[in-house]
Design a protein around this ligand. Structure first.
Ligand code: KG4
Ligand code: ZN
Length: 336
């Protein structure tokens, strides 16, 4: 009988210090996340230097908690997987150096993981992948459509040309003076409002799977300014609902079209914006009419965590990929 593969995952690319232990890339044994949201809230966004300091303070505690919850010891661990990029360089460095120090001290193989590969593999903790597979990645830093023909292979067929979807949510939330992170706030307001403002949809050239959200963001600013100059008061709920309708319309339409064109056997959604209720509902509705199974991870696996890094790291480990002692944080690491 094949022995189980037990991988320790470490994630520190942004404002979550996370350590997890995952079995065979599919089963979470422990998954500990220390969020820094409260610290960054008063600045309206993540302050990189503060993020790094919190990672240093939290890392040992989170690591010990991950072992305690798993009831495992170092002898049980086959390899250490760590996010090497993209992300904030100072934040990434804490995870990478922790992983290197542990791998050296405990004599364990070391695997570098792309943060977005992690978000994709969060879905495998719920259900086995079927290829070809299409992944829609929507986070604070990314908006991509990725085609996968097999495990560990990634082809970016579309990406944002300016702002990421989550970034657009956060910027619009700031305009409405909502607290950080803005995505969940807009989502909450959108449910109470009506999509009665016709914001633009950036479809781009015929056939393109790329995205663009900066025009939408400007349109929201202009609409708010123009209304206030006329002495009119727009309802935040309606702005949120109309903005969300525009984002969701483009994301869902392009994902559906790509899924059909590439005849994929599965569509998965990944990243923080996958938590968005409007996006989840529209995707479910759109794919219900097709034969293509749609997988959206549960909320706690949508946002940054280390179980997803361990899950993606398991595949890299099984494929024989190893990082050397020169592994470094790479803030602009590419996926393909
Ligand atoms: O994946 P993630 O946790 O971190 C990155 O790797 O970027 O994504 C964070 C992003 C933020 O922009 C946040 O506002 C957005 O995901 N987000 C949401 C929702 N929950 C989180 N956006 C829209 N609706 C939500 N419910
Ligand atoms: Zn992320």
């Amino acid at each position: 009988m094949k022995k189980d593969t037990i991988i320790l995952g470490i994630e520190t690319s942004c404002d979550e210090t996370a350590v997890a232990i995952v079995k065979n890339g599919t089963t979470i044994i422990s998954n500990v996340v220390a969020s820094q949201i409260e610290s960054h809230k008063r600045f309206g966004g993540v302050v990189p230097e503060i993020a790094s300091r919190h990672h240093v303070e939290q890392m040992t505690v989170v690591l010990e908690e991950a072992f305690a919850q798993a009831e495992l010891v170092w002898e049980d661990i086959d390899a250490i997987a760590v996010t090497e990029g993209p992300g904030l360089v100072g934040a990434l460095l804490i995870g990478v150096n922790t992983a290197k120090a542990l791998a050296f001290a405990k004599q364990k193989p070391l695997v570098g993981v792309h943060h977005i590969a992690g978000h994709i593999y969060a879905n495998r903790l719920e259900k086995e992948f079927q290829f070809p597979l299409l992944a829609l990645i929507v986070s604070g830093g990314h908006t991509e459509l990725v085609l996968m023909q097999e495990h560990g292979s990634y082809e970016v067929i579309g990406e944002t040309r300016d702002d990421a979807a989550g970034e657009a949510y956060d910027k619009v939330a700031r305009m409405l003076r909502l607290p950080y992170p803005g995505g969940p706030q807009i989502d909450r307001l959108a449910v109470e409002g009506e999509a009665n403002i016709n914001f633009p949809r950036a479809w781009l050239e015929e056939g393109s799977y790329d995205f663009s959200f900066s025009g939408l963001k400007s349109s929201v600013i202009n609409t708010i300014h123009n209304a206030s100059q006329r002495g009119e008061e727009l309802k935040n709920q309606d702005i949120a609902a109309s903005f969300q309708a525009s984002v969701v319309d483009v994301l869902v339409t392009k994902t559906l079209r790509a899924a059909k064109e590439y005849q994929v056997k599965q569509v998965i959604v990944a990243g923080g914006v996958a938590a968005n209720s409007g996006l989840r509902n529209s995707l479910e509705e759109a794919f219900e009419e097709t034969e293509i199974p749609l997988l959206i991870p549960p909320l706690k696996l949508c946002t940054d965590n280390a179980a997803m890094i361990a899950a993606a790291g398991t595949i890299a480990y099984e494929q024989g990929k190893r990082a050397g002692w020169d592994l470094n944080a790479n803030p602009s690491l590419i996926l393909e």
